[in-house]
Design a protein. Structure first.
Length: 186
């Protein structure tokens, strides 16, 4: 365990979560969780944290993955919306079932640069940099897919809001009860 890491039994992804990466320990695979101002070590694997967090926010991981497929047609290494209300969009660096898979929050990536054929240096919003064992082009692809998911989701929300506004404006402003329903003398 690192000097500034705190051990937690359970962890829910939140708006401050930047990255969840696997950590090999003598007890098996744990997760190192990086937040804007904190670091945690959890005995759960990254996929377990992502899956439980989806459930915490009212869906299942497979439901979130199916939502991505419906919105942008991506099925392999699909980014997901963990929580639509606080705009938590994560993308995996490998197949989610892979023990090497790292989950990164799209919102916190400021920049990334090539660091060899299978390595990318990522700078997060808090100025931390991390080496990700993934080619630059694959990382670029995951960033783009997640941006596409974000845009499509927001377009659908705007469409619903504008539909709702126009539907409300066309409704008659009369009470639905007949006159005299509560006061028969009227």
């Amino acid at each position: 365990m690192r000097e500034n890491e705190k051990m937690v039994e359970t962890y829910e992804i939140n708006p401050y979560t930047m990255m969840i990466k696997p950590a090999k320990t003598s007890s098996g695979t744990f997760s190192e969780v990086y937040e804007v101002e904190d670091q945690y070590l959890s005995p759960n694997k990254p996929f377990e944290i992502v899956s439980k967090s989806c459930e915490y926010f009212g869906s299942s991981y497979s439901g979130r993955r199916d939502g991505t497929r419906q919105l942008i047609g991506i099925t392999h290494k699909a980014p997901i919306i963990v929580d639509p209300y606080t705009s938590i969009f994560l993308f995996p660096t490998a197949s989610p079932s892979s023990p090497q898979c790292i989950w990164i929050s799209h919102d916190f990536v400021v920049s990334h640069k090539k660091n060899g054929p299978n390595s990318t240096i990522v700078t997060f919003r808090n100025n931390e940099t991390h080496e990700i064992p993934m080619s630059y082009s694959s990382f670029e692809n995951q960033i783009s897919r997640t941006a596409m998911l974000r845009i499509k989701f927001k377009q659908n929300i705007k469409r619903m809001e504008s539909y709702k506004k126009s539907a409300i404006q066309t409704l008659p402003l009369e009470a639905s009860e007949k006159k005299g329903a509560y006061w028969p003398d009227e």
